[in-house]
Design a protein around this ligand. Structure first.
Ligand code: MTE
Ligand code: MO
Length: 364
């Protein structure tokens, strides 16, 4: 199969960076629980790597009984499963941070929810036999590039992230070769990517071709420099955390920022909410600048690791002017989105409640 055979024009996505290509979904265009493939956002640190399926292998090495090397055909021959999950970039909503920070200026659309199909990582690890003492699993992609950061630079490196062995052995973590029943597109990781439900997008390594079992914490660039933040914990003054689990968040699709909303009518507010290793149990909406909160209606059934759509019928004011609407979600662990930004989070995990300003106008 030719990787480019799967290439499709992206429909209606916003360019955030051209080289490498980074594309955002315009969140006010959300219309379905499953995001169509051609509207799924793209976040890549390096150019899309060339793949030759004649020589392509998935290698498993490190603390294993016997290293494993699989062709795509062998991998596709193993028992598969499908997982519908939300994939959110840890930098989603960065444009709303005040003061401004560097990094891609995502609005609300560095997020998508779709069905991924592939082989559970645990099955591949069982083939290799995990040795006692292994604690982390490094997932390495084929994409490479030069990192130029002052004062020290790691030079030319591959994209790699690790997850704990415990998470790696969980049944929802898969090595996916399909999204929505179609082969992965080049931009989304053809031929195989990791899918790590419950974790921010950086863990779902695209163009995956190497898995390494370690007896210690992985110290790679994307684990210890990029996708990390400093935090206070258990009385320790500061500690460096690799960004990992998704935190609870609701986003408003409609109304969009600065949308014109008719006065004296019923407007259907609509959006999505998600969390990491839990379920969204409540979404609330405020239309009076956080003075009061009303319950929104959760749509469909809960699916662990997927997002939940919600709606709220807003009786709009008769007085025209600028109004602010907000939404906030709560998960089954009792976590609710904060009103204010926790500055320790640096440039990631942007989950504080986002005010959306709209213009209420008389229709006639
Ligand atoms: N995997 C590789 N090999 N290279 C990358 O740059 N980006 C990560 C992750 N996997 C990345 C990667 C990040 S930060 C995110 S948010 C998701 O892929 C985005 O997945 P998508 O492009 O399919 O939306
Ligand atoms: Mo990301």
């Amino acid at each position: 199969a030719d990787a480019n055979a799967n290439a499709r024009p992206f429909t209606g996505l916003i360019t955030r960076d051209r080289e490498p290509e980074n594309l955002e979904f315009p969140f006010s265009a959300l219309s379905s629980w499953i995001m169509p493939n051609e509207q799924f956002f793209v976040r890549s640190h390096f150019p899309v790597p060339k793949v030759d399926l004649q020589t392509w292998r998935l290698e498993v090495e490190g603390l294993v009984d016997k290293p494993v090397s699989l062709t795509l055909e062998e991998l596709r021959g193993m028992p598969s499963r499908s997982v519908t999950m939300v994939l959110e970039c840890a930098g989603n909503s960065r444009i709303f941070l005040n003061p401004k920070v560097s990094g891609l200026q995502w609005e609300l659309g560095a997020v998508g929810n779709t069905e991924w199909t592939g082989v559970p990582l645990s099955e591949v690890l069982k083939k290799a036999g995990v040795k006692a003492g292994a604690v982390e699993v490094v997932l390495e992609g084929m994409d490479r590039g030069e990192i130029k950061k002052e004062p020290v630079s790691p030079g030319k490196i591959s994209y790699a992230r690790s997850i704990s062995l415990t998470k790696a052995m969980s049944p929802e973590v898969i090595l996916a070769y399909q999204m929505n029943g179609e082969d992965l597109t080049p931009a989304h990781g053809f031929p195989v990517r990791a899918i790590v439900p419950g974790h921010y997008g950086m863990a779902s390594v695209k163009w995956l071709n190497r898995i390494i079992l370690l007896d210690r914490e992985f110290r790679g660039y994307f684990q210890t420099t990029d996708y990390t933040y400093w935090n206070k914990q258990d009385g320790m003054p500061v500690q460096l955390f690799p960004v990992s689990e998704i935190e609870v968040k609701a986003e408003i699709s409609r109304p969009g920022l600065h949308e014109v909303v008719p006065a004296d009518s019923v407007y259907r507010m609509f959006g999505a909410a998600w969390t990491g290793e839990s379920d969204v149990v409540k979404v609330e909406v405020s239309t009076d600048g956080a003075k009061s909160w009303q319950p929104a209606q959760l749509l469909g059934d809960p699916v662990r690791y997927a997002w939940r759509l919600w709606e709220y019928h807003w009786s709009t004011p008769s007085q025209p002017g600028r109004y602010t609407v907000m939404a906030r979600a709560t998960d089954a662990h009792g976590n609710t989105q904060p009103m204010d930004r926790d500055m320790h989070r640096g440039t990631y995990v942007i989950t504080h409640v986002q005010p959306i300003d709209v213009q209420v106008r008389k229709v006639n």
